[in-house]
Design a binder for this molecule. Structure first.
Ligand code: CA
Length: 223
């Protein structure tokens, strides 16, 4: 899963990027509304954390522009505690949720998880496929109750596939959602990651769809 943080306060921006990266997401960040708008308009984010008070272009205008342009990713807005009118303006502009400043980072992380799972039609924070269970809240993976150790990139790949269970995901799409914009991307390495995750899981849920990409679905007898 890949996220965008748009926040002009440098300390808060860094704290958000660090916490979200530590939680296993690929994270890009912008410090003004214009740059944030551009990134959200050109890169395929799974969710965005958007401050409303931003230089150059304010957060509500950024959000309105994205929605007008058909960008439908979930957006969590950051508002000032005492400004109820900001929340109303934010929701009317197309926000999905908000957190008032100052906030606890755990709350932002929980709200982001909720936005991501709702966007993919999952009600529970535990995603499962056969014996495979991915606990998105604790970033834990088990197969038939046994814990599986994955690197953060492997977990990001599995989590993205679990959030899009049953859908064919191209290598290009995977690359776009696993790496931040500064990463030296190479779609060939995806094959290697998929191979490693398959081996660690030991069950055949991550399937290759020849010429199209990958699809995560219930294990079959090929395992
Ligand atoms: Ca601000």
């Amino acid at each position: 899963m890949r996220l965008l943080v748009v926040e002009d306060d440098p300390d808060l921006n860094r704290q958000l990027v660090t916490a979200l990266s530590d939680a296993g997401y690929a994270v890009d960040s912008a410090t003004d509304g214009e740059e944030g708008h551009f990134l959200g308009d050109t890169e395929p984010y799974d969710a965005v954390i958007l401050d409303l008070g931003l230089p150059v272009m304010d957060g509500v205008s950024v959000l309105e522009a994205w929605r007008r342009e058909g960008r439908a990713m979930p957006v969590l807005i950051l508002t000032a505690r005492d400004r109820w009118s900001d929340k109303v303006a934010g929701f009317d502009a197309g926000a999905d949720d908000y957190v008032a400043k100052p906030f606890h980072m755990e709350e932002v992380l929980a709200r982001v998880r909720a936005l991501l799972r709702r966007a993919s039609g999952n009600a529970s924070s535990e995603l499962s496929c056969g014996d495979l269970v991915v606990d998105t809240a604790g970033a834990r993976v088990t197969v038939a109750g046994n814990a599986i150790k994955l690197t953060s990139l492997e977990f990001r790949l599995l989590s993205y596939m679990m959030h899009h269970k049953g859908k064919v995901i191209s290598r290009t799409e995977l690359v776009e959602h696993l790496y931040d914009q500064d990463f030296d991307r190479d779609s060939n390495t995806i094959e290697v990651f998929v191979g490693r995750v398959r081996k660690k899981l030991g069950i055949h849920v991550l399937k290759t769809v020849r010429g199209l990409g990958y699809c995560l679905s219930e294990p079959d007898e090929q395992a």
